[in-house]
Design a binder for this molecule. Structure first.
Ligand SMILES: [Zn+2]
Length: 68
């Protein structure tokens, strides 16, 4: 499963590192999927092998970056 590591903020493409830094300062930022434009949420690197990534708030079956 491909994991999204970039997203759109307004009309700019930013990566997960920048997104997490921005969110730390301002929690209500809305990030959008770079492919489909749906809302995505930034996830920090997990305790398992999981790298930091974006996840769709609701799965989009037509988006290659949407899990499940
Ligand atoms: Zn998407």
């Amino acid at each position: 499963m491909p994991k999204a590591t970039t997203c759109k903020l307004n009309d700019r493409t930013i990566d997960i590192t920048e997104a997490l830094a921005l969110r730390a300062r301002k929690r209500d930022i809305v990030f959008r999927c770079a492919k489909c434009g749906e809302h995505v949420r930034a996830h920090k690197k997990g305790t398992t092998e999981q790298a930091a990534h974006f996840e769709h708030l609701s799965a989009n079956p037509r988006c290659p970056l949407s899990g499940r």
